[in-house]
Design a protein around this ligand. Sequence first.
Ligand SMILES: *Cc1c(COP(=O)(O)O)cnc(C)c1O
Length: 493
Amino acid sequence: MAEDEHSGRQPEKLIFELSSPGRRGTRLPEIDVPSRPLDELLPQESRRSEPPPLPQVSEADTVRHFTRLSTLNHHVDSGFYPLGSCTMKYNPKFHESLARLPGLCGLHPFQPAETVQGTLCLMYRLGRWLCEISGLDEITLQPAAGAHGELTGLLMIRALLTDRGDPRSKVIIPDSAHGTNPASARIAGYGVVQVRSNEKGQVDVEALKRVLDDQVAALMLTVPNTLGLFESQIVQIAEMVHRAGGMMYMDGANLNALLGLVRPGDMGFDVVHFNLHKTFSSPHGGGGPGSGPLGVKKELAPYLPVPVIVKREEGNFVLDADRPRSIGRVQAFYGNFAVMLRAYAYLRSLGPEGLRRVSENAIINANYLMRRLQPVFDLPYQQHCQHEFVLSGKKFRAQGVRTLDIAKRLLDFGVHAPTIYFPQIVSEALMIEPTETESRQSLDAFVEAMVSIAGEAESDPQLLKTAPHSTPLARLDEVKAAQDLKLRWQPEG
Ligand SMILES: *Cc1c(COP(=O)(O)O)cnc(C)c1O
């Protein structure tokens, strides 16, 4: 295969058909102990007449196949992954080995509480620390993802307001919100009212006043917002919403900028969900498993999903399901424990000082990148950012180059693309989140790649529009990829 003329990297050949008749991974010895006849064990009519059409491959073929596949996609262990709003940071491998400890990963969810006291203790402590970090009173670890936490929180708000005899009908959400927010509000049975952002990229307080009435159950805000900016009027906004009888919901999916610096509870939030699979040491992308614990102020605590882990005065832990005002269960069992375990290890290994340094470094890295890229790209909101920032690629439209083309070209430099076309209030948006785990060298390499690409947009726009050139597959037909997804091998013909 010809060497790629643009990058020097060689595209890999995609081979899926490895089957060769008669090849085997393992050959079992002939059975040499007495056994009941096959007909007794499994009647003839339940048996296949022909063997299943499985690929015939050796163990070496199989291992090489999957190892090779694992390197075809970009991942955080192979390179920089600045996907905004996703906190794709490097996660300590040590926590992976803890999550595989047999005493912890071999537990069964039906075990009686007396036999899993250590596990309950670990979950209880994790919950207490998340409450401490966020300034909230009580918590559930059950939700399996951020969006699941949102739905749980909104159902609890609905239950509280219904108990007060004032059920209310709508939730206010800013135009910069993550798409899961309006979706969760609709699923929880609320109407969604959008409030626009002002020229500083923050909630427009005057616009909020106009939509705040006695039907508003909650305001859902992401902090820092999806432009990577801190809502500087948050205390005033919380007072306004509370005065109108509504609750304050914070989408805390990305807590990377706040640890040890500010606490949502102190800012006036009543409910916050966290994504353990973003900030707290679980690898993610590719669909899970995740964990979206939900912390609440006292007032909402009676509505938490059951069971709640309670520490008795004698020091033992129980699973308390006797909570008459609970919204019920949101999980078959207790949530994704291995994700909680990594988060617990992360919190213990960093401690309060270490957590604060995580956020400080995340903020410094983002501001460093933002200021270095500002002269080359458009920066629509000029103030200092938090853990991420949003550029616009709109000036390259003159050459017919779109943000998608810039994102695709980055793959040729060994970098995953930033989040693009989100938030929607920025045209040709590039949302960049470096995280605290990147070194000065990897940030500088990214700046160089972005500057080269900006130069190419002027000198050779066609190069960008046909990128990527060095990946196993070139530009994908994304509609076909989504609609005609092949998730498993099937025999040919
Ligand atoms: C990732 C994210 C979510 C959704 O989290 P999931 O675990 O994917 O459901 C919600 N809000 C924001 C701001 C996010 O970044």
